[in-house]
Design a protein around this ligand. Structure first.
Ligand code: AP5
Length: 261
């Protein structure tokens, strides 16, 4: 597929913010308005980069343009955290404990969760994976899963920025408790101090954005996730992109990087 095609505006622009019910709930959950596109036309993209570099922010901008769905494994764990204790499986309980400490969840649990959501990977709207894969074992499992379903990745966008600047991004991050929109108290502040501009929900700071957890997340990234760049480089899919500048500047850079390759 040519890079040009991934940045053409989607025809079903009315569905800009896709319903992620099936991804967030898993099992037999259905999205209210699944896309109806020919399967071959979809973009299938992975976003890589350290915690807090801006993957979720870019995912929103890219999904608007591509009409894909933003599939974040971190969002699945955060959605599970809001459920009643009794509804959580022991594996999900354990996963949430790891996440709060800033540690990676086990490959086995993550792969079960993604496997339960295979329909989202096969969706005719394509996908934008954020936070998965995060280890080489996860990347190999994804490769097999896609191959056995006749699907191919379009690109892997790897966002890079010095660690000190990333820590500043993470420490100012606030999330809407209702619609999960992401803000930054310095660079993307809400109009009213702790309320979401979009839905009026209360903003909160993620538990794993505390300094001890951030340190742990950066270490996991260096040890387990960074080697993925070699994995995708060898497959000719990797685009390294500087994450410095405003979200829109980073988005434009992503677009140009893909177009000039
Ligand atoms: P996950 O949710 O995937 O978190 P992460 O990778 O640590 O990434 P973040 O969500 O923290 O950051 P981001 O890069 O999306 O940045 P954002 O756009 O929000 O994972 C959380 C945890 O779940 C893991 O630690 C692990 O425990 C577990 N987990 C998940 N997947 C797993 C897996 N596959 N295997 C094992 N464990 C797994 O931006 C950050 C801030 O900066 C925001 O405030 C934003 O407004 C601001 N900002 C963004 N871009 C800009 C810009 N250009 N200029 C200025 N400010 C900006």
């Amino acid at each position: 597929m040519s890079a040009n095609r991934f940045f053409q505006k989607t025809d079903d622009i009315a569905l800009l913010k896709r319903d992620r019910t099936a991804w967030l709930k898993g099992g037999t959950a259905e999205c209210m308005m699944p896309p109806h596109k020919p399967l071959g036309k979809a973009s299938r993209i992975i976003l890589l980069g350290p915690p807090g570099v801006g993957k979720g922010t870019q995912a929103d901008l890219l999904c608007e343009r591509l009409g894909t769905c933003h599939l974040s494994t971190g969002d699945v764990f955060r959605a599970a955290k809001c459920l009643d204790e009794k509804e959580l499986s022991p594996a999900m309980h354990n996963a949430i404990d790891h996440m709060k400490r800033g540690e990676l969840v086990s490959d086995e649990t993550v792969l079960n969760i993604v496997g339960e959501r295979l329909r989202c990977l096969k969706c005719s709207g394509g996908f934008l994976l954020d936070g998965f894969p995060r280890t080489v074992a996860q990347a190999k499992a994804l490769e097999q899963l896609l191959e056995s379903n006749g699907l191919k990745l379009t690109a892997v966008f790897n966002y890079v920025m010095p660690i000190e600047k990333i820590v500043a991004r993470v420490s100012g991050r606030r999330i809407c408790s209702e619609c999960k929109a992401v803000y930054h108290m310095a660079t993307r502040p809400p109009k009213f101090s702790d309320l979401c501009d979009l839905c009026g929900g209360k903003l909160f700071q993620r538990e794993d954005d505390r300094p001890e957890a951030v340190k742990m997340r950066m270490e996991s990234y260096q040890n387990d996730t960074k080697p993925l760049t070699d994995f995708y480089q060898q497959r000719g899919l990797l685009f390294n992109i500087s994450a410095e500048g405003s979200p829109d500047e980073v988005f434009q850079r992503t677009r140009l990087t893909a177009l000039t390759r």
